[in-house]
Design a protein around this ligand. Structure first.
Ligand code: SF4
Length: 377
């Protein structure tokens, strides 16, 4: 099916003239993009429809809040287009376009005109990966790699797979949610995935479903085809205000994903990214949503970790009591931080580690508010 892209609010029939006029300045600042497949999933009679909220701008995005690179990805970018924060995993930002744009995106800086973090020339990143034998996993991301043709994506994957120490290629994608026809209508893509899998390179599709209503029959079929081609499929998403900020939605999402064979891998605490204030959910509230959702699903449906992708590492948030929030470094840039517990005074309004008072934990967590110097290559 031919999916038509909508790149201007004036082409969005679901909005009134007045709404379009008010939202134009927001779309000028943080780019808007949608397509008619996803547009048809939205209940336009409901101004608070969660899928509408996921893609249609809000005026409050213009509030002065957060920073464009909230996880300081620039600090972990040894060469243009390549990030290396955790020893075994590198990221190649191979594309700066997605099937639609999530309003809460933490990489929205990529879609701005003057940004060059993503690059079509992945040669420097590839050379960096080849020089670093500790890198066994490469995540192709951006933007969405599945926007690219099977030929272009296949060429990048071939080059990455030719590096002997790379055993896993991950493809971060929301195309199965935004436009599953990208998979359904491209036998070349599926054939290419099959060939890679048969040749011994493990391919993981890191899907991005935020809400159970995105799991349409077409989306389920797309996930199934990727799996049948030999790919592994998992899901990751943040908790987003107005989209999935209640345990019932998450329980349903976890459950359905387990039925589809695409289990939840991470649930993310929203990063304090510029433009994202209306989408943020405080840490303590997010923890309660996550725990309650887990209480209502089977063991296979609750394997995810609730994590904060902080500049010092991936910090799992696993408990809250009346006085404290309990966390642990699940991944850490500084090896000595890995596995370390972080205990902070409970603050029900805090969104991010930097707003908390850490009472025990490694120095990087304690000093996070004061500024953190990553190691350099
Ligand atoms: S699919 Fe991912 S990269 Fe693209 S807009 Fe959404 S969150 Fe951002």
């Amino acid at each position: 099916m031919k999916v038509r892209y909508i790149t201007h609010l004036s082409k969005l029939d679901g909005l009134t003239e007045e709404e379009r006029r008010r939202l134009e300045p927001v779309a000028d600042r943080y780019v808007f993009r949608l397509n008619d497949y996803y547009c048809n999933l939205i209940n336009w009679d409901d101004p608070d429809d969660p899928l509408r909220r996921l893609v249609v701008p809000l005026e409050s995005e213009l509030n002065d809040w957060g920073e464009l690179d909230a996880s300081h990805e620039a600090d972990y970018t040894p060469v243009r287009g390549c990030q290396h924060k955790y020893s075994d995993t590198a990221l190649l930002l191979v594309n700066e376009v997605c099937g639609a744009y999530c309003r809460y995106c933490f990489r929205k800086r990529l879609f701005m005109n003057d940004n060059d973090d993503a690059t079509l020339d992945y040669a420097p990143g590839l050379a960096y990966i080849a020089e670093h034998e500790e890198i066994t996993n490469v995540l192709l991301t951006g933007g969405d790699p599945l926007i690219m043709s099977a030929r272009r994506l296949g060429a990048i994957m071939s080059d990455v797979a030719a590096v002997p120490h790379v055993r896993i290629i991950r493809i971060g994608t929301k195309m199965t949610a935004f436009n599953p026809y990208r998979v359904l209508d491209d036998p070349d893509l599926l054939e290419m995935v099959k060939e890679f899998c048969e040749s011994g390179t493990r391919i993981y599709f890191m899907n991005h479903f935020d809400h159970p209503r995105e799991l349409t029959p077409e989306a389920r079929e797309a996930v199934k085809l990727l799996r049948q081609a030999g790919g592994m499929t998992v899901n990751q998403c943040p908790i987003v205000r107005g989209v999935n900020d209640n345990w019932q939605t998450f329980a349903s999402l976890f459950r359905e994903l387990s039925f589809v064979g695409c289990p939840q891998y991470y649930v993310f605490q929203g990063r304090p990214t510029a433009g994202n204030e209306p989408y943020e959910v405080p840490i303590v509230e997010g923890m309660h949503i996550f725990l309650e959702a887990n209480r209502h699903v089977s063991g296979l449906a609750k394997r995810a970790r609730f994590s904060m992708s902080h500049r010092t590492g991936k910090i799992e948030i696993f408990g809250v009591d009346e006085r404290y929030i309990y966390m642990r470094y699940h991944r850490a840039h500084r090896k000595e931080d890995y596995g370390q517990m972080v205990v902070a005074l409970r603050d029900d309004k805090a969104y991010w580690l930097d707003q908390l008072t850490v009472v025990s934990g490694p120095q990087s967590a304690i000093e996070s508010a004061a500024g953190y110097e990553p190691y350099h290559w």
